[in-house]
Design a protein around this ligand. Structure first.
Ligand code: ATP
Length: 216
């Protein structure tokens, strides 16, 4: 991440990958410009927000022209470190972990799961989707300095212990898919994704706040 990114508000930064993916598709289709309305329809973010977000990127849309796709793409590549591959380790090769190993963010091409760890003897020594699975006992010895991020897909009761070891081993970001709320020092960033909670929330919203036609 470069310095320019420090000026971008967090809410805007979170939408960057979304914009990036859509603009990349447009670029692949040979499109050179895009209007905020088109973007808004595609990424489901209102156009006022898009205009404000893009002003942080130094991209000012021109009336009747829209935004320059190439300019935006090169900005996003730089900001999202798309030119650099970020290596990731995955801990816990259960159902979810296995799915991630097969998926391995191939469409993103800037993130790659480099190695996985598990406690089960049956899984250790295997290769899933081209990713080697090592014993959790080897965590400290196998994790190299160039892996800054870990995906956590172990059972909840193992989450904190593994987290402590990951931090000790030099990891700086954790994508936590376990339901456990893990405690980390301030310098470590944790993003928590609880799929069951997300699904429950969606069901609740569908029931209690049904969307009307044309509403976002
Ligand atoms: P999922 O929750 O992904 O659907 P699952 O139901 O197949 O997985 P879990 O019991 O949640 O299995 O365990 C996920 C994986 O984490 C398993 O492969 C298990 O062997 C592994 N695991 C369990 N404890 C540890 C640990 N302490 N360290 C590393 N891996 C562990």
């Amino acid at each position: 991440m470069n310095e320019e990114q420090n000026k971008i508000p967090q809410a805007t930064a979170k939408r960057l990958p979304l914009y990036y993916r859509f603009l990349n598709n447009l670029h692949n289709q040979g499109k050179e410009r895009v209007s905020s309305k088109e973007l808004s329809d595609a990424v489901k973010v209102d156009s006022a927000t898009i205009r404000r977000d893009f002003s942080y990127f130094g991209a000012l849309g021109k009336k009747g022209y829209g935004y320059n796709v190439n300019y935006l793409l090169s900005f996003f590549r730089k900001t999202l470190d798309q030119d650099e591959v970020t290596k990731v380790a995955l801990i816990g090769v259960g159902n979810l972990g296995t799915a991630f190993l097969h998926y391995n963010f191939l469409k993103n091409n800037n993130t790659m799961i480099e190695m996985a760890f598990d406690a089960s003897e049956e899984k250790v020594g295997t290769d899933i989707g081209g990713v080697p699975v090592y014993s959790i006992e080897e965590l400290e010895s196998k994790l190299s300095d160039d892996i800054p991020i870990a995906i956590l897909t172990v059972p909840a009761n193992a989450a904190q212990g593994i987290t402590d070891r990951l931090i000790e081993a030099g990891i700086s970001g954790i994508l936590n898919f376990t339901p456990a709320r893990i405690t980390v020092p301030d310098r470590i960033r944790v993003h928590h994704i609880d799929l069951a909670v997300e699904l429950q929330a969606l069901i609740y919203f569908l029931k209690h706040y049904p969307l009307q036609e044309g509403e976002e």
